[in-house]
Design a protein around this ligand. Structure first.
Ligand code: BMA
Length: 330
């Protein structure tokens, strides 16, 4: 370790979280589940693919919001429940949001994140309203979902809320985009007094030339509060003659001023190398959107979309990951 203090997760115990020890022949800081892909593409009758999805502890088990692309290639959000975090009962019907005074019809929803904040579970996702932009809704029970007014103008993706207020304000990471495949991408920080009006925008981080993250970066799971700062797992994209390649990296952000990067991985943590990551509707994509973690043991389970088709899971421990990030920082 770079210092003698063992890093700790600041948060709840989660003794029932899914977990697999690092295989004895693996020296990597992040390792895949032996059960991958944990969610297949045809898990429900209408699905073409289930990936880039979010999970949180709920009741005795877990609840999630899943990106389901159906066989007409509509992108929709579906609720799922699980007792063990591996085997999910995903509803066949997409979420019908109570949309209040939003005038336009719901067109599509993808890449959800879910966070417990105050007494509610907030869902953010990429919506479609004259371009891609962030949708926000909340639920108490994963039955009724109340959509809030759009927080920003298009175009942006990867809206990721922090799990508590920072400096007395709600906080979100966000990435400006364009109407298409977006050949750029930097992460920004925004804050809000009320989940309605967002501002005080600050730059967090962007692509790095000559690397696996040279085209764009985007926030992944909800940041994890630790004694070292906010642990942000993110995706980075590089471009080659075959197109975009999405890998997983991580950064540690200042706890009070999260737009300040303390450390950030130079090498990737996970790159598409298993068949289900390299072959699918969009080959060579690892896209993390959620994590479960246990403050007592430092265990972290990461859910990621693989090849825009199926869902994989990977594991790490906070001390191993922090040591790797610090020892391999840009
Ligand atoms: C991004 C998002 C993700 C997708 C990725 C790779 O722009 O649309 O949903 O996983 O592209 O196709």
């Amino acid at each position: 370790m770079s210092n003698n203090k063992i890093p700790k997760i600041i948060g709840a115990s989660l003794p029932n979280m899914p977990w697999e020890d690092r295989p004895s022949d693996c020296a990597d800081a992040v390792w895949r589940s032996a059960k991958n892909p944990v969610i297949g593409r045809y898990e429900i009758p209408i699905s073409n693919s289930i990936y880039n999805s979010a999970a949180v502890p709920f009741g005795d088990g877990f609840a999630g919001v899943f990106r389901v692309d159906d066989k007409s290639k509509n992108f929709r959000l579906h609720v799922g429940k699980s007792m063990d975090g591996y085997k999910w009962d995903i509803r066949s019907e997409p979420i019908e949001f109570d949309r209040g005074c939003i005038l336009e019809p719901f067109i599509e929803g993808y890449d959800p994140r879910v966070v417990k904040l105050d007494d509610r579970y907030y869902v953010t996702w990429c919506d479609s309203y004259h371009g891609p932009l962030i949708g926000i809704a909340y639920t108490y029970d994963f039955e009724k979902f109340h959509q809030l007014e759009y927080p920003f103008m298009p175009c942006c993706r990867n809206g990721v809320l922090f799990p508590r207020k920072i400096g007395g304000k709600y906080a979100m990471l966000n990435r400006p985009a364009d109407m298409g495949m977006t050949a750029f991408g930097d992460i920004f920080y925004l804050e809000s007094p009320d989940m309605k009006y967002w501002g005080n925008c600050k730059y967090v981080m962007g692509p790095e030339t000559r690397s696996w993250q040279h085209v764009k970066v985007g926030a992944g799971p909800i940041p994890i509060e630790t004694t070292e700062g906010w642990l942000l797992i993110y995706h980075g994209v590089w471009l080659n003659v075959n197109g975009y390649n999405y890998c997983m990296g991580a950064a540690i952000l200042d706890i009070d001023e999260p737009w300040k990067i303390k450390y950030r991985t130079k090498p990737y943590l996970l790159a598409p190398s298993e068949t289900y990551e390299m072959v699918g509707d969009v080959p060579n994509v690892i896209f993390p959107c959620a994590s479960l973690h246990d403050a007592d043991t430092g265990r972290i389970a990461i859910y990621y979309g693989a090849a825009d088709t199926v869902t994989g899971m990977a594991f790490t421990k906070l001390d191993i990951l922090v040591d790797f990030i610090k020892s391999n920082s840009l």
